[in-house]
Design a protein. Structure first.
Length: 396
């Protein structure tokens, strides 16, 4: 039997493709169904994979086969800072799923810029800015003014899903691209930001509850205003690098101050009735305030603490309670849906994940014969048959 032809590739491309896909050697070898020693031999150039093996590698690393035949590794997108908590042992790493979401978000931004250029148009400059030395309460006020969100508008939402869509639309109008990630676990990351002065990007974890996504939106917005790219989680427990701790605390403070402004919360009748001092609050009172501002109960507890209307002990207890209840709810939903096929609406999912501005730009360029229907399908990651449904979602 004749030997299979080997793939004439540079070993550095294999190392680059694996590392930029977020795989360590052992995990990649397991996924490829080869011994780890064999993968090391390929990556050192002592041997080369067969062409079928190279196709499997390209599929696992989510790279076009042709890229692996380049003479040298291409220049990758900007690295992402990790603002998340440190684990007990060593540094955290990005999973392949998170790595792919970061790469996909950056590629979509590049595509959006090309679509603007093809239409001979320029995207809006993102002008919102701050620095970590500013007063978080004042920054929150400036964000609300810039996005044109007042108490009357916010009080009409009264639902975290409605609030998420509204805040997202306001942030997109300010010049940012807002995507949602469907393949990152909630305990890995709440979202990430990719800074650029034109079409900066934020990505929110779709597996989180809407109230948590609302907070993530504002948290990542502050990262963009600080001109930062990075991956975040919203948990306060666990150590971080010292400077990262300051940045994340600032982002959390500004996000909470934007969502629940000091003057408005202190003017709420149930807060006025209690007067000054650090009080206990029952669940019904916290939920009532959370509904008014379309935020999580933890956000309200955080604001009551920050404004000296609740004690540290109250906040810690309630935060722990809400975390347990949230996990219990997720477990009940998981058990309820276990084994059941989940109905999917691809047009709706596509618009939800990519955002209306991006999808609309793709569809408009298609209607103006600048791109083909197959390109629309490829850009949005859907079959051609779903494109009419996407157009209906956008009102075309």
């Amino acid at each position: 039997m004749s030997k299979r032809p080997k793939a004439a590739i540079k070993p550095a491309l294999l190392v680059w493709a694996r590392e930029t896909a977020g795989f360590d050697l052992s995990t990649a070898a397991e996924k490829l169904d080869v011994d780890e020693e064999k993968l090391v031999v390929w990556e050192t150039g002592e041997d080369q994979p067969s062409i079928p093996q190279l196709r499997k590698i390209a599929e696992l690393y989510k790279r076009p086969l042709a890229v692996l035949y380049l003479p040298e590794p291409p220049v990758t997108f900007q690295p992402m800072h990790d603002f998340r908590r440190l684990p007990d042992l060593g540094l955290r790493r990005f999973s392949p799923e998170l790595t792919l979401e970061i790469r996909s978000a950056q590629q979509r931004r590049e595509l959006a810029l090309e679509l603007f250029e093809d239409a001979d148009e320029k995207p809006r400059i993102f002008n919102l800015a701050t620095n970590i030395k500013e007063n978080p309460e004042a920054v929150g006020t400036s964000i609300r003014e810039a996005l044109k969100v007042d108490y009357q508008l916010q009080a009409r939402w009264r639902d975290p899903r409605v609030a998420f869509l509204a805040w997202r639309s306001k942030i997109e109008d300010a010049g940012a691209l807002v995507f949602q990630a469907s393949h990152i676990e909630s305990d890995e990351a709440s979202g990430f930001a990719v800074w650029a002065d034109v079409l900066p990007v934020m990505v929110i974890n779709r597996k989180d509850a809407y109230s948590r996504r609302v907070f993530s939106l504002l948290h990542e917005l502050v990262h963009l205003m600080l001109r930062q790219s990075g991956v975040s989680d919203l948990e306060a427990d666990g150590p971080r690098q010292q400077n990262d701790e300051r940045v994340e605390a600032f982002c959390n403070y500004v996000a909470a101050a934007t969502l629940v402004p000091q003057d408005l919360l202190l003017a709420e009748p149930i807060v006025v009735a209690r007067g000054a001092g650090r009080h206990e609050w029952n669940d019904a009172e916290v939920q009532s305030l959370a509904t008014t501002y379309s935020v999580s109960r933890e956000t309200i507890a955080r604001r009551l603490l920050a404004l000296q209307r609740a004690s540290e002990d109250f906040y810690v207890r309630k935060r722990r309670q809400y975390a347990v209840e949230y996990q219990q709810q997720r477990q009940r939903e998981k058990e309820k849906n276990e084994g059941k096929p989940i109905p999917r609406n691809m047009p709706r999912e596509t618009v939800a994940d990519f955002g209306k501005p991006f999808v609309r730009r793709v569809i408009e360029n298609y209607h103006q014969d600048r791109i083909s229907l197959s390109e629309v399908s490829g850009y949005l990651g859907v079959k051609v048959r779903h494109v009419p449904g996407i157009e209906r979602q956008l009102g075309f």
